[in-house]
Ligand binder design. Structure first.
Ligand SMILES: *[C@@H]1O[C@H](CO)[C@@H](O)[C@H](O)[C@H]1NC(C)=O
Ligand SMILES: *[C@@H]1O[C@H](CO)[C@@H](O)[C@H](O)[C@H]1NC(C)=O
Ligand SMILES: *[C@@H]1O[C@H](CO)[C@@H](O)[C@H](O)[C@H]1NC(C)=O
Length: 318
């Protein structure tokens, strides 16, 4: 598969302290999205829904993915270990069979009583997640991949003369696409259905939804036309410049985050696992991974929970 050359870029996390004892978790990953959002100060970005969520969330403005490439950055984020300790920089290595049977974020929640489900691109699909997106270890049921993803490289873009061609960038009329939809719309519908179905359940869930856009090819509903690049004379990603590694992170915790709390603290995506464990209290705080030895569930990041609590207090004090 030649597809998916990317980094995780946008993470948006909603922790729902509902009526059940253990809070539900909705993790939204948006492939390749940089902090070019209204709520991150970009005046050209029209992102009203994300901005509305940011208005009542912790908004982290100084966050870095561990590598600007999809499989390694996702392996790192989901195991909370850096690529330089996993030694996985490629698309072909499944960490369980190459470096260690390391525990992932969803696996940890699954083992602690959660129903876990993956929609779209969460793990890098294919060989690096053993062609199963790490099911059944990470997920309670097989993962959902949109059917219309098969048309990713099909000639569906209308050329000047009306013929259909392949193109990297093409605004499309959704109704005229194969299956009358686009992959991300399928993923969104599946997520909405899942949330509806789980509405009355007392079993907590961890739902991860991975949207493909704005990863290439840019096939998107034509009402959302707008894109330009060229920083440092470079196109695409793969570099270690901020443009390739800096990502937006928004964490909403109903009941706790009522107003926008902006943070300039240095955050890395390996910090997510210990933060989630602390926020949900699903288990004791995740230990730091030892330099040597083979601990399966641990982190190379640090929890943002104490910092978030501090920011909250700081807000009340001033
Ligand atoms: C990967 O999948 C294959 C078959 O699909 C299975 O035999 C193998 O045990 C899996 N690897 C791991 C580490 O679970
Ligand atoms: C890896 O961990 C999973 C989950 O704990 C376990 O089911 C599996 O047997 C382990 N595989 C190996 C090779 O130890
Ligand atoms: C959840 O409960 C409400 C109120 O009792 C009911 O109307 C609805 O059908 C239930 N939904 C599901 C998916 O069971």
């Amino acid at each position: 598969m030649m597809i998916m050359i990317l980094k995780i870029c946008f993470l948006l996390l909603v922790i729902n302290y509902g009526t059940c004892a253990k809070p539900n978790i909705l993790l939204i990953i948006v492939d390749d999205l940089k902090p070019v959002l209204g709520c991150f100060g970009d005046i050209n970005a029209y992102t009203p829904n994300i901005d509305r969520l940011a208005d009542k969330s912790f908004v982290f403005k100084n966050v870095f993915a561990q590598q600007a490439l999809c499989a390694p950055s996702r392996n790192s984020l989901l195991t909370s270990r850096r690529p330089d300790s996993l030694h996985l920089y490629d698309f072909d290595s499944y960490w369980r069979s190459t470096v260690g049977n390391f525990t992932t974020i969803p696996q940890y929640f699954k083992e602690n009583g959660y129903h876990t489900y993956s929609i779209g691109k969460v793990f890098h699909p294919g060989k690096s997640s053993n062609f199963t997106d790490d099911y059944p270890f990470s997920w309670s049921k097989p993962t959902f991949h949109p059917k219309t993803e098969q048309f990713m490289n099909s000639p569906v873009c209308v050329d000047i003369d009306g013929s259909l061609v392949k193109n990297l960038i093409c605004p499309v009329i959704v109704e005229s696409q194969p299956g009358n939809t686009l992959p991300d719309i399928e993923s969104l519908n599946e997520a909405v259905n899942f949330l509806e179905q789980r509405r009355n359940s007392t079993e907590p869930y961890f739902l991860a939804v991975g949207f493909h856009k704005p990863h290439v090819p840019f096939k998107f509903p034509n009402e959302y036309l707008g894109w330009s690049r060229g920083e440092h004379g470079e196109f695409s990603k793969f570099s270690n410049y901020d443009e390739a590694t800096k990502v937006p992170l928004i964490i909403h915790i109903p009941g706790l985050s009522t107003g926008e709390v902006i943070s300039d603290a240095l955050v890395e995506l390996v910090d997510l696992f210990p933060t989630l464990v602390d926020l949900t209290q699903v288990a004791e705080a995740l230990p730091l991974c030892p330099k040597h030895g083979n601990r399966l569930a641990c982190t190379e990041g640090r929890s943002l929970a104490p910092y978030m609590a501090y920011k909250k207090w700081e807000r009340w004090l001033v």
